[in-house]
Design a protein around this ligand. Structure first.
Ligand code: GLN
Length: 292
């Protein structure tokens, strides 16, 4: 039988040959994920034997990674804001920069609570795995979250994640395109918190996307039309009919989109303030618009 160390060495060699820079770490992460443990345990228990079944599973996983399949799809999971989310190829893999929307939403909701707004109604437009919707449901007491997505497969996964985190009673799943998904609801639901990470890549961005993303992540979660801004147009066109003061709108944006999206927000005449939050690379990443 193969030991963990032998399996790791073989895997690192394969991953390195496939051009992956952090081969040893990737090898450890993959094995830890399959064994439902963490890297530290793998490193500490290097002399342990792997069962033949686990060894086969591991080799399959390593081959997938060599073909540049993202680790989150191979393992079927990704952590977001410290919570585990089930992931599959029908949804975009949650990115760490999107956690900033949660930070800003929590900051705002704390301020609102001090002003006696305790029942926040939130909408997550294009929920995908439900990472934003479920995390907000977990973190904000008394919140009601509507999670909208055009993809029924994505919504099914979001439902599973809401169930795994025991917040199904706080999350309402609705299928449809952006805010037009809500047209059938009478009376119209009104929201105080609007969050979205819409598809925002332009056709030019899509052309130069790394293979690991282009070949595996769903195009409909990335493609924002010719200039990448179609998602913001769709949201902002209907937003005024779905918000209730005081409200906060948090939109993730892509590189170089700050001025265009700010201008689109100004055109709506809805916002009392518009600010931008920078990501760790120093790029404006999250638009924060207040409706007071
Ligand atoms: N951040 C993603 C990427 O650059 C794009 C996400 C999106 O379009 N919302 O791959």
């Amino acid at each position: 039988m193969t030991t963990i160390e032998e399996a790791l060495q073989r895997a690192s060699f394969r991953l390195k040959k496939a051009g992956l820079a952090q081969a040893r770490i990737e090898a450890e992460i993959l094995l830890a994920g399959l064994m439902k443990t963490d890297r530290l345990q793998i490193i500490l228990n290097r002399k342990w034997k792997l069962s033949p079944e686990m060894n086969t599973l591991y080799q399959d996983a390593v081959e997938k990674r060599c073909a540049l399949e993202p680790t989150a799809y191979i393992l079927g999971e990704k952590y977001f804001y410290g919570y585990r989310f089930s992931i599959n190829k029908s949804v975009l893999i949650p990115r760490p920069e999107t956690e900033m929307l949660i930070e800003r939403a929590l900051h705002w909701s704390t301020l609102q609570k001090q002003k006696d707004l305790t029942k926040i109604r939130c909408i997550d437009i294009g929920t995908g795995s439900g990472a934003l919707a479920v995390t907000l449901a977990l973190k904000i007491a008394g919140i009601e979250v509507w999670a909208v997505d055009i993809s029924s497969d994505a919504l099914e996964l979001a439902r599973q994640n809401a169930a795994e985190h025991r917040v199904l009673d706080k999350v309402k799943l609705v299928q449809g395109s952006y805010l037009s998904a809500l047209r059938c609801f009478k009376p119209r639901p009104l929201f105080n918190l609007v969050v979205s990470n819409p598809p925002y890549l332009s056709h030019q961005d899509l052309d130069i996307l790394p293979r690991g993303i282009k070949d595996y992540e769903p195009l409909e979660a990335l493609n924002g039309g010719a200039d990448g801004l179609d998602g913001y147009r769709a949201i902002l066109k209907e937003l005024s009919g779905f918000v209730q003061k005081p409200a906060l709108v948090l939109l993730e944006i892509g590189a170089g989109q700050k001025d265009a999206v700010e201008e689109m927000c100004l055109q709506t005449g809805l916002f009392s303030t518009i600010t931008f939050n920078q990501d760790l690379a120093g790029h404006p990443r999250v638009l924060e618009g207040e409706i007071a």
